[in-house]
Design a protein around this ligand. Structure first.
Ligand SMILES: NC(=O)c1ccc[n+]([C@@H]2O[C@H](COP(=O)([O-])OP(=O)(O)OC[C@H]3O[C@@H](n4cnc5c(N)ncnc54)[C@H](O)[C@@H]3O)[C@@H](O)[C@H]2O)c1
Length: 85
């Protein structure tokens, strides 16, 4: 397995998608998971990454990402603060 940092972005609204477009350029990081409770916004985030050749796993419940225990998390929702250790 690559030793690049694995990142999950939770909340792929305008702010989240903007962050994704910057995060794909970080060499030390791979965005491996996305989450949004809104399927349309989730697909927006997936599309933004697919256009850069990145294929994240997509979830509508961030608890599933936490349960994987594989990623560091970045929350871009208004009310949800998530820390994945
Ligand atoms: N848009 C910007 O340019 C900008 C700039 C700086 C800071 N911010 C801040 O960033 C945050 C997000 O901004 P935004 O414009 O993207 O807001 P937004 O409300 O459009 O997007 C938030 C996304 O989080 C999703 N979400 C909410 N609860 C969730 C949950 N429990 N699990 C998964 N997904 C969930 C929503 O469905 C939505 O797609 C806000 O707090 C905002 O103040 C935004």
């Amino acid at each position: 397995m690559s030793n690049r940092m694995r990142a999950a972005v939770i909340g792929t609204g305008p702010r989240g998608v903007g962050l994704l477009k910057n995060m794909v350029h970080i060499q030390e990081m791979t965005i491996t998971a996305l989450c949004d409770i809104n399927e349309e916004f989730l697909r927006n985030g997936e599309k933004a990454l697919n256009e850069k050749g990145v294929k994240p796993e997509c979830f509508t419940d961030y608890h599933e990402i936490i349960a994987r225990g594989e990623e560091m998390g970045l929350g871009t929702t208004k009310y949800t603060v998530v820390r994945l250790d």
